[in-house]
Write a protein that binds this ligand. Sequence first.
Ligand code: URA
Length: 238
Amino acid sequence: MQQLENILEFYREIGATFLEKREPTIVRRDSPPESGTARRMVPQQPPNPNKELEAVHQEIYRCTRCELHQSNTNYVPGEGSIQPGIMFIGEGPGEEEDKLGRPFVGKAGQLLDRIIEKMGYKREDVFIGNIVKCRPPGNRDPHRTEVEACLPYLKRQVEILKPRIIVCLGRVALNNLLDGDYPITKVRGQVFEYHGIPVIPTFHPSYILHQQTQEKVSKAKWDVWHDMMKVLELIKKV
Ligand code: URA
């Protein structure tokens, strides 16, 4: 009931006057000590109760596989439930995330928290990760070589966590996870598959924040919410 109230409140907020019902389209795809320690300003996150995941995170904290470790303040392995129904995957840490060593804690993160709450979950109920675990300078897209170096960590996280659904936040998350070249505006809300796990892409929260007019903000929010409704429908079936 609380979840239904949240959904209706969200619709009211964006000025929606009707509800649309569509079936999901299924698209299948088969799918050494480091130099950063001295610069680290906050301690690593507390040990994860899942030992396998903790081992991956400890590897990340020592990673020198690409140049991003030279400019980071903190590594951002990801955080959340160790039995997540939903795993959200973003692009890479921004300034705030780099400062705190935690994913999605800046403005985009606050918006993501709100989306998660409106879906009827708490942030701790889901897992939030990124394609790359170190901040690309100036928030640029991660380079191919950086993604290639870092992606195995995410793949191991997915393998260990076994989320029931993956939500890719934006083009960079989607195309790097699925090794594709999909235009996010065209494919958002569709159901893809990664190793048997349904993947639903949607806009990155920053995309909503960067819209220039209130009308465009509402449209982008509506689209994201539409996609999250698909997630909520699908999670009942998987
Ligand atoms: N944007 C991302 O893609 N990831 C974060 O962790 C924060 C902002």
